[in-house]
Ligand binder design. Structure first.
Ligand SMILES: NC(=O)c1ccc[n+]([C@@H]2O[C@H](COP(=O)([O-])OP(=O)(O)OC[C@H]3O[C@@H](n4cnc5c(N)ncnc54)[C@H](OP(=O)(O)O)[C@@H]3O)[C@@H](O)[C@H]2O)c1
Length: 288
């Protein structure tokens, strides 16, 4: 597995497996199968509600001797109401306990709302004690990331943001490169939106190499130096999505993919008032 070195010297796999929206009863098996297929980076979050099951899949893979804990790179995230100094401290401990782990390889502030500065202080403290090897943020626009780097002594190692052929984030990546904050792509397939998996341009590019659309997209992210998280519950697709290190997209292919950029989210804008309102209402409903 190809690796990337973060700004604090920690290395991580460039391709990973995400467990968002996997039904609870399937999560442990999916994580186990993903590790069996060769994935070493596993991405969950407290709001996904499946940290327990993710931990179970990891434990089974370790117990059966497929991997050691040190070979895995496990990520979790704190959500909006956990974004304060005290709550973050508690939530880190809770994530570790829930997953049955003594440390996490990466811990992120999931959304750019709440007392993110207080949460960051607790994350920095947990990093110093070795409970978190790397720390970062998610869904921060470039301007917010720059502010956050400017006003903290320890800068994020990662910003996990939406990146896919419809929302390529080229300028955002340049800003992140400037500040040495690694871009990690969520929803690399845009969850199939805008008919991604049957897109003629992507299919034609893949045909030249005997590769699928999914493989072209992930390979494109690898060649851009972006860490990518792909989700699937199907073992055959887990194998397909990881078989991307035996071909290289040409400059011409890359230009064709660049032309697909709509420069807008396939989901929502984190700064849109309606979206922030949706998050706030949901928070009050769930008290999560
Ligand atoms: N930080 C954040 O705010 C945030 C937000 C969203 C996601 N994430 C992370 O990023 C990970 C990935 O994003 P995502 O799960 O939203 O979306 P995604 O990976 O872009 O897309 C997943 C969808 O694609 C399908 N799929 C996967 N491989 C395929 C293939 N080779 N051929 C055809 N279909 C395929 C899956 O179906 P099947 O499962 O049926 O195969 C699923 O419906 C998440 O699991 C999560 O860890 C983070």
């Amino acid at each position: 597995m190809q690796t990337i070195t973060l700004n604090n010297g920690v290395t991580m796999p460039q391709l990973g497996f995400g467990v968002y929206q996997i039904p609870l009863e399937e999560t442990a098996e999916a994580v186990y199968q993903a590790i069996k297929a060769g994935y070493r980076l596993i991405d969950t979050a407290s709001i996904y509600g499946n940290e327990t099951e993710t931990g179970e899949g990891i434990k089974r893979a370790i117990t059966e001797g497929l991997v050691t804990r040190e070979e895995l790179f496990v990520t979790s995230k704190l959500f909006i109401l956990q974004a304060s100094e005290d709550k973050a401290k508690e939530t880190i401990e809770l994530s570790l306990e829930t997953m049955g782990l003594t440390y996490l390889d990466l811990y992120l502030i999931h959304q750019p709302y709440g007392d993110i500065y207080g949460a960051w202080r607790s994350m920095v403290a947990a990093q110093k004690t070795g409970k978190l090897r790397a720390i970062g943020v998610s869904n921060f626009k470039s301007a917010k990331m720059i502010e956050f780097v400017g006003l903290n002594e320890v800068k994020p190692q990662i910003n996990q943001i939406e990146v896919n052929p419809w929302n390529q984030r080229v300028e955002d990546q340049e800003w992140h490169d400037k500040y040495d904050v690694q871009v990690e792509a969520w929803a690399p397939f845009a969850e199939g939106r805008h008919d991604l998996f049957t897109n003629p341009t992507l299919a034609e590019i893949g045909k030249q190499y005997g590769k699928t659309v999914g493989q072209v997209v992930l390979r494109w992210l690898m060649q851009r130096g972006i860490v990518a998280l792909a989700k699937t519950v199907r073992p055959e697709r887990m194998a397909e999505n990881i078989a991307i290190f035996d071909f290289e997209l040409s400059q011409e292919d890359i230009e064709k993919i660049a032309a697909l950029d709509k420069k807008e989210s396939a989901f929502f804008d984190h700064d849109a008032p309606q979206q922030v309102e949706w998050f706030m209402e949901r928070m009050l409903d769930t008290e999560n």
